[in-house]
Design a protein around this ligand. Structure first.
Ligand code: NDP
Ligand code: DGY
Length: 309
């Protein structure tokens, strides 16, 4: 880009497509590379690192999530990692609010009814949903995005914010007067539960049968973290047995979710194709940051956003 000048002479091998690079191409193309600019669709594991060889010193991912990177293997080889926090926080929080409202106010069903002739008249109870006013919202992971979601929801008249995580986070919590509670309390007291945590062995399958059993029957689950934080079989059960009211997922397992997946047959489940950060401005900012991370790393300088490992 313009403005910043980096005096790094490098040869670039580029996968010139919006589609993910195939594993085969990546294995072939990475041999001997000093740096790698990758996406969350690229699983960077031991096999890829072996294929790269000892030259590889920098990995720059076009994402804030880094669960696609085998950090143990990366650390072992002394490889530094750049990622893209902050620049995507607003867009992701905004999309999460949009998904929450689409789910709670049943927008997908409503649009469908208009198109298929189901709209017969204004009726007192038709397509009623749940509002945010006077509600309790539980945030799992009050990090950058979790806080930005809470800040955007506050003006809707939310009464209480609860949050959970590995430890209390007094500073962000004070900004939205959020109370730190154990996961079980959050599950049982929230009208809306938002997953904005990172994906780790601890959060894998966190929302399972036991979790849904604790939720209110009128409660709604929204996931904009990673699909595997939710046990999808248990979610399907909870949604079809009336254990919870509805769910909105921007992330699933697998991605893409097969079009015949049971969750897609449910009216009370809204699934989006992982578009949290998908605004033109945000994707542009992410790509510039990822490029600057890579270049700074190649020069042996501190990266604008380097992952602390
Ligand atoms: P942060 O690191 O700021 O936040 C991550 C949060 O996860 C922290 O608050 C952390 O809380 C929490 N967390 C970690 N472990 C646990 C645990 N065991 N239980 C509960 N909470 C936990 O990251 P960001 O807010 O920038 O991003 C969060 C995630 O959102 C990313 O990792 C990515 O997976 C996802 N994402 C999805 C997007 C989309 O398109 N849908 C777009 C961008 C990000 P604590 O440290 O206190 O435990
Ligand atoms: C991320 O950055 O981790 C998102 O999932 C995509 O922006």
């Amino acid at each position: 880009g313009r403005g910043r000048e980096y005096r790094v002479a490098c040869t670039i091998g580029q996968w010139d497509s919006d589609e993910p690079v195939t594993r085969q191409e990546l294995l072939k193309g990475i041999a001997g590379a000093h740096g790698l600019y990758c996406m969350l669709t690229d699983k960077i594991d031991e096999e890829i690192l072996q294929a790269a060889g000892p030259n590889l010193k920098i990995i720059s991912t076009l994402s804030v999530g880094f669960d696609h990177l085998s950090l143990d293997e990366i650390k072992k080889r002394g490889i530094r990692v750049g990622y893209t926090p902050d620049v995507l926080t607003a867009a992701t929080a905004e999309l999460t609010v949009a998904l929450l409202l689409a789910t709670s106010r049943r927008l997908m069903e409503a649009v469908e009814e208009v198109k298929n002739g189901g709209w017969s008249a204004w009726k007192p109870l038709w397509l009623c949903g749940f509002g945010l006013q006077e509600s309790t919202v539980g945030i799992v992971g009050l990090g950058r995005i979790g806080l930005a979601i809470a800040e955007r929801l506050k003006p809707f008249g939310v009464k209480r914010f609860l949050y959970t995580g590995r430890q209390p986070r007094p500073e962000p919590a004070a900004k939205v007067q959020a109370e730190y509670v154990p996961l079980n309390t959050l599950a049982s007291q929230s009208d809306f539960i938002i997953l904005s945590c990172s994906f780790t062995p601890d959060t894998q399958g966190m929302c399972n049968k036991d979790f849904f059993a604790k939720m209110k029957k009128t409660a709604i689950l929204i996931n904009s973290s990673r699909g595997a934080v939710v046990n999808q079989e248990d979610l399907y059960q909870a949604l079809t047995t009336g254990q919870i009211a509805a769910a909105g997922m921007d992330v699933t397992v697998p991605e893409p979710l097969p079009t015949n997946h049971p969750l897609l047959s449910l009216k009370n489940c809204v699934v989006l194709p992982h578009i949290g950060s998908a605004t033109y401005a945000t994707r542009n900012a992410m790509s510039v940051l990822a490029a600057n991370n890579l270049l700074a790393g190649l020069k042996g300088e501190p990266m604008p956003s380097e992952l602390k490992m």
